[in-house]
Design a protein around this ligand. Sequence first.
Ligand SMILES: Nc1nc2c(c(=O)[nH]1)N[C@H]1C(S)=C(S)[C@@H](COP(=O)(O)OP(=O)(O)OC[C@H]3O[C@@H](n4cnc5c(=O)[nH]c(N)nc54)[C@H](O)[C@@H]3O)O[C@H]1N2
Ligand SMILES: Nc1nc2c(c(=O)[nH]1)N[C@H]1C(S)=C(S)[C@@H](COP(=O)(O)OP(=O)(O)OC[C@H]3O[C@@H](n4cnc5c(=O)[nH]c(N)nc54)[C@H](O)[C@@H]3O)O[C@H]1N2
Ligand code: SF4
Ligand SMILES: [Mo]
Length: 753
Amino acid sequence: MSLPRIPWRAWDGPFTADLARVSGGFGLGQVPARLKPDGTTGLVCGYCATGCGLTAHLVDGEAVNLSPDPRFPVNQGMACPKGWEALAALEAPDRATMPMLRNPETGAMEPVSWPHALQTFVSRMKSVQQNWGPQSIAFLSTGQICTEEMALLGALFKFGMRGLHCDSNTRQCMATAHVAYKQSLGFDAPPYTYADFEESDCLVFVGSNPAVAHPILWQRVLQNRRHPEILVLDPRRTETAMGATLHVPLAPKSDLVLLYGVASALIRRGAVDRAFIDAHTRGFEAFAAAVSGFTPERVCAEARIPLDLFETLVERIATRARVSYWWTMGVNQGHESTRTAQAIINLALMTGQIGKPGTGANSITGQCNAMGSRLFSNVTNLFGGRDFADPAARLEVESLLGLPAGTVPTENSWSYDRIVDGIESGAIRGLWVIATNSSHSWIQQRRFNELLGRLEFLVVQDLYTTTETVQRADLLLPAAGWGEKEGTFINSERRLGLVKRVRRPPGQALSDFHIFRLVAEAWGCADLFREWVTPETVFEVLKRLSRGRPCDITGIDGYRAIDALGGIQWPFSEAMRDRVLDHASGGSLETLPETRVAGIRERRLFADGSFHTADGRAVFHHSPPTPVPEPTDEAYPWVLLTGRGTSSQWHTNTRTSKSPVLRQLYPENCYVEIHPEDAARIGLQAKGRVRVRSRRAELLADACITPAVQPGQVFIPMHYRELNPLTLTVVDPHSRQPSYKFCAVALEALPPG
Ligand SMILES: Nc1nc2c(c(=O)[nH]1)N[C@H]1C(S)=C(S)[C@@H](COP(=O)(O)OP(=O)(O)OC[C@H]3O[C@@H](n4cnc5c(=O)[nH]c(N)nc54)[C@H](O)[C@@H]3O)O[C@H]1N2
Ligand SMILES: Nc1nc2c(c(=O)[nH]1)N[C@H]1C(S)=C(S)[C@@H](COP(=O)(O)OP(=O)(O)OC[C@H]3O[C@@H](n4cnc5c(=O)[nH]c(N)nc54)[C@H](O)[C@@H]3O)O[C@H]1N2
Ligand code: SF4
Ligand SMILES: [Mo]
């Protein structure tokens, strides 16, 4: 379908000239950079953190089709349905094409000009700050915009607007992995490369369903020619569990007990790597003592699995040469998630299964750029994984960015859950939500949405006019999406990939980058960002901020190098680049011969056993397991599990619902998976409807009667807006990531209809 295209000249106002300068107008007639002679150009996918390379096929400067890139090292010519259909999300009739402001009298959203929108943004946010203090405004952002955009936002908000409290949906997703790695390995550094899927003899998936959530990574597992064991720890018999050689259907949230039991059994068998432990780790003796009481009998009783299954699990881990551990949200989203993730890291450390092909304690990332947000969003940590509380780090960043001394805040921001509590207490009065649909995805939704109603000013920056959060906004800023802008993403294996502009944004939608630039100008702090003019100039700033850090990317000679090499993993320092170029006798990264490219294409960390802690040793962290905060009881006898439903649905479904192809591939109505015995117990028939009730809310869902879930457990995909009102605000004490995957519910069968 065709969308209205308004040239920037068509509207007037004091910001017009600036708009033209900082945003390149609305990009009319602009041909995307780095177009190949055959009229195609490559870019990485904007959904999940697999980071597949896609080829955009262009006609008259606009992409008309996408196909997977056979030469891209990640996906090797494969893509999942979302990747194939990624352009459909850009063509939706509900795309936001103009800024919209809520009319206080009628309550309706009305289109306004950009200058008016920006003036409103600035005057209302500043008035909140004047009345309630500079820290009374906050933002919630995302792992789904480009690194350069996140970096500009974090710098603008903290250094320019003098705000403090901000977080992103990465809290819902990767905060646990971030904290676990940082404490255990000294830096948030997932150690692996995707080749490890193919080079492992035993892959242990904990709370991870890649067959649905990372389908191309699952394809890489299926390409493994070493006849590997695939061990899946998941309460549900997922698509991944069905493809495994062993499925361990442990009781929900019994992971910590089970993993401690495995550690204890391995120690008893002597299946540990003493030399590695002695040379490269700290705290093993205390850990061994702490887990010694986790006997097979105790573990099997608490995890509710048979003893022989536990013994088989231990046997396979103990006897395979290359063992790799992979975890995702079944671990990260829990009441004791950080220690659970660290229990996985501990297993890899005590067996020396890290830094070698086919090994590692490997957290798989969720969103396309959650890794970018972990390193460069300036939200929970200061640029480049530094600490806001560290005076030397603050000074360093101020000098690298040419900021006046004292510009960098001395405190850490509140986490997402604390920002929400802050709205309740009145500490937060103005909120800016960017590229996340909190009114669907945040936990205990009814409370959250009631709290949004208390805000004095809610700004939402999104692609669409119809999302649950936009419907509650006072001001909507229309954003260009993936494919309509340029920048970088960092995938699960630390690979920087390039996103390109292969479509014109509709109407007056602007890239998030340009919106942040305009806010900076309107706020009056653009002087601080003189260098932050285009995404690629910001990339140079980020390189500078990364120098000497574990995530050093100083050797990446701009976007062209990323484009030429099929992405580049961090770290890639100048010294590494120079070594590569020396061997190739000069030239540039772009012209490297294929033989040299192979050497830098797939790199893992910690090959030398040296970690990022002060003494170079990895640390064993552990705590006694704790009970779940809301156990089942007579009134609420089922555990509600949640997660991804199909590979064709993305989160709150704002983008994936726009594709007629994808819509054919998932159930339209909210559904609940329930075991046949439970269905019989409540008198539920096939095609029946179910009322699912928690202490906080209830929903109606179609019944999906299946032995994939165990008796006493039900599963509802997160893509349906009915779900999160039922979930409960529980967060892990270390990472403050919400526990989305456990609350108690009651069920009632309703007749079909
Ligand atoms: N199609 C699609 N792909 C996606 C996404 C999407 O929305 N749609 N989202 C992306 C994002 S942001 C993320 S974070 C990832 C998430 O990727 P995954 O984490 O793989 O997906 P989930 O379904 O959330 O959770 C994984 C599994 O955890 C299990 N689980 C629940 N409770 C427990 C428990 O106590 N212990 C254990 N061991 N397992 C448990 C669930 O049964 C589920 O099968 O997917 C990414 N990929
Ligand atoms: N019950 C339950 N809840 C969960 C989970 C679960 O497993 N169970 N998982 C959690 C996890 S892991 C995650 S990551 C979150 C995800 O939760 P959300 O981040 O809320 O989900 P999305 O639907 O991805 O929302 C992204 C929003 O950004 C918009 N958008 C897309 N691209 C752009 C862009 O380039 N610019 C701008 N400005 N906007 C854009 C989209 O239209 C959409 O409204 O959900 C969490 N919620
Ligand atoms: S697996 Fe992830 S990155 Fe690859 S095409 Fe699918 S959504 Fe895109
Ligand atoms: Mo996520």
